[in-house]
Design a protein around this ligand. Sequence first.
Ligand code: GAL
Length: 419
Amino acid sequence: MRKVCIVLMLSIAVPALLFSAGAREAEEVNQLEIFSWWTAGGEAEGLDALFDIYSDLYPEVDVVNATVAGGAGAQAKAVLSTRMQGGNPPDSFQVHAGRGLVDTWVVADMMEPITFIYEEEGWLDAFPEGVIEMVSYEGEIYSVPANIHRSNVLWYNLEIFESNGLSAPQTIDEFFDVAEALADAGVTPLALGDVNTWEATHLLESVMLSVLGPEAYGGLWSGDTPWDGEAAKEALSVFVDMLDYVNTDHAALTWDEAAQYVIDGRAAMTVMGDWAHGYFMAMGQEPGEDYKWIPSPGTQGTFMMLSDTFGLPGGAPHRTNAVNWLKVVGSVDGQDAFNPKKGSIPARTDTDRSRYDMYLQSAMDDFAGDEIVPSVAHGAAASEAWASEVNDVVSIFVSNKNVDNAARSFARVAADHAP
Ligand code: GAL
């Protein structure tokens, strides 16, 4: 039987408080507190599947599901930072592979290396070398990848496309043709929910990739592609043109509310990472029947990736439980229980392909064959500090749509942060 304690703020009578304080003390002896931002449909189910496995193996441990809602960690990252700085880390926390992990936590010496787990569990050959590199620093490994997500996906409502005689747009030009036809038919073409800004950055990174191509897109993060060059400006103006086709209430919606617009037929498409697949499935939608997907326009052959991982903070209060948690996250069983619900592919290469649906099998093939580039909206391409300044620029850009100003601001931010 799984024991998951969800911390709730309730007003209770004093005697009950006294009792619960005593009970809490007893619980604290054997807990596992897992910190993440997985609260939306698909995310929550995936996390629960991992908890189920953990609790079957360690029934004596109380799992504390410490979530802070807000896609891409919009709120969770700040809460985590306060806890870590205050010497109050959870036992393990969700963290993006790449510079999100390394620059934020490892360089600051706040994580314990876990190379020993990889050695004990025989994982050095089970995860792709490139992925292990993303979670390594100076010869040590610092986290366990739970998955690989794809950022550059366009999801669409099949019924709307069929009833309007449209095909999914493969190029930016086709996107504008389709969007125009949908607008003429009275349908909002593109759902966006950028209440937390990163969702607009997410759309922008796909457009940058499409217009610049994978190499020059990569150059934005290595310092080789100027943000205020002609190609980048061209991408910024395509993005502005796209905004003409989004729902007017975009600034009030979250990513999953935007995905819900596609389900409800209030919009035809949305560009979102494949956690949207997890969301659609959690909402009872049939992949291939109710909704379909295509790489976001003009990005075929490139897989913009990110990976959710879990690490071991220095001073984890229940270190042994945390190490066992990491073993579950990295196990074949853990990956095959989590990912089909989360809408992501396993990070391991030796899992059971038959457990994955048609979308995920196609994503596995693309990850194996496509060119791979990192997502900035999800911690892979840039440090958290850089990504958050990118979000600040995007937020102004979405409202004033001034390409020259945005290009200058992005370039200034890049000059401060590029390696
Ligand atoms: C991403 C994360 C995904 C998904 C998404 C929306 O940053 O990597 O797992 O949770 O945010 O919350």
